[in-house]
Design a protein around this ligand. Structure first.
Ligand SMILES: Cc1cc2nc3c(=O)[nH]c(=O)nc-3n(C[C@H](O)[C@H](O)[C@H](O)COP(=O)(O)OP(=O)(O)OC[C@H]3O[C@@H](n4cnc5c(N)ncnc54)[C@H](O)[C@@H]3O)c2cc1C
Length: 363
């Protein structure tokens, strides 16, 4: 005889209490992403955000710099203070000249274990994503990737890290309640970067990399920058012009590129344009593409789906061109033109060209 169905076991209540040994973890840390002497700007965006979180918790903000001895590393340390750090943890070693997961993960894990920060933020760049995953796994702690918002939960003092889920149709807030540090990555341009204060300075705490070259499986024989990839500087462009399926044919993408050229702007598009091969993947704007924060964003023939919106709503000004007056993009655009993008784009290009010519003649 079939057994009657039994009710599912009650879920065990989750404790909000932090285990005693983790209560010593304090302060907010930002990993300063330094590669070949240059700091990725996402680090300073996170430093600005980290300052806000540290102030909310009444703790210190620290930057972690890993790199080879030299000017680039010294400069990164100085700038960390300019962008808001109260102290900098520094591991300087020739083995850190090129990014390799093993020595970087070892260095960062050891500094965390030695100084015990409660929050550790990294950029969701190629390097940051690799490093964050490796370090979170070694430390057996929680990592929330690609966050769009960070806050402090007033009851538990936990980091409330919000990120899109279910294909961007929902936002979920994740808290790491029983492990430390609480780790999160944030994509470039999601957070605003504060102005640097060049007069700020502070203490540098030096740690050693406890590793030899023999222990590292990956060897860097040479570094050859790839001239073809990531040519589009969308994330940090002042003006971006983008097209969507409303352009109707791949050859009409030319209208977007021409307007971008006369404006000295970058061009991009919605995801379907990448899928159709009209533009390259590094020009996709949105949740699974680039997040942009230009002064002006011109979106032509783009409906404004949530997955596109999250990548562009940080723009100071959004001008939408769409033939449908009810298109969702008009809900968040600052300026709208209801009409045919195939007519409006060339008209805008001609108007900008004419204005440039008049200015040149007058000058
Ligand atoms: C997991 C997931 C991740 C995603 N990530 C992204 C992402 O990163 N970026 C992204 O963009 N999308 C992303 N998408 C896809 C997203 O949901 C939308 O399907 C996509 O943004 C729609 O692209 P579109 O606006 O170009 O096309 P459509 O939605 O088809 O909109 C075309 C628009 O053009 C207008 N139009 C038509 N003809 C003209 C004309 N002649 N002149 C002016 N306007 C005209 C129409 O009124 C319409 O509003 C993702 C989807 C999923 C499920």
């Amino acid at each position: 005889m079939a057994q009657p169905a039994r009710p599912a076991a009650k879920p065990r209540p989750k404790t909000k209490e932090l285990p005693e040994h983790l209560k010593a973890y304090r302060h907010v840390w930002v990993f300063v992403e330094l590669e070949h002497g240059r700091v990725h700007p996402v680090s300073w965006e996170l430093m600005t955000e980290g300052r806000r979180l540290a102030d909310a918790l009444s703790v210190e903000l620290a930057g972690v710099v890993l790199g080879p001895p030299g000017d680039g590393t010294d400069q990164a340390v100085a700038e960390a203070f300019h962008y808001g750090a109260d102290r900098v943890h520094l591991v300087e070693d020739p083995l850190l000249a090129h990014y390799r997961t093993d020595p970087y993960a070892k260095a960062l894990t050891d500094v965390v274990n030695a100084h015990k920060p409660e929050i550790l933020l990294l950029g969701a760049s190629t390097l940051g994503r690799d490093l964050a995953g490796a370090v979170a796994t070694t430390l057996a702690t929680g990592l929330t990737a690609d966050c769009t918002e960070l806050a402090i939960d007033p009851d538990s003092r936990a980091l409330a890290a919000t990120r899109p889920t279910f294909g961007g149709s929902l936002l979920c807030t994740i808290m790491t309640q029983a492990a430390r540090p609480q780790m999160a990555t944030v994509r470039p341009r999601v957070m605003a970067m504060g102005a640097p204060d060049r007069s700020r300075t502070g203490p540098v705490v030096r740690d050693r990399l406890d590793m030899t070259e023999e222990a590292i499986a990956t060897k860097v024989l040479d570094f050859i920058p790839d001239a073809d990839t990531n040519q589009a500087q969308l994330a940090y462009a002042d003006i971006v012009v983008a097209g969507g399926l409303g352009l109707q044919k791949p050859e009409n993408m030319r209208l977007v590129v021409e307007l971008a050229e006369v404006l000295g702007a970058e061009y991009g598009g919605s995801r379907p344009l990448v899928q159709k091969g009209w533009i390259t993947a590094d020009r996709q704007i949105g949740q699974t593409g680039k997040t942009i924060r230009p002064r002006l964003y011109i979106a032509a023939g783009i409906s404004g789906a949530i997955q596109h919106r999250v990548g562009c709503e940080g723009a100071d000004r959004i001008l939408a061109i769409n033939s449908d007056p009810n298109a969702p993009i008009f809900d968040f655009a600052h300026h709208g033109i209801v009409g045919d993008a195939l007519e409006i784009l060339p008209a805008l290009t001609a108007a900008v060209r004419q204005r440039r010519a008049v200015t040149r003649m007058a000058g």
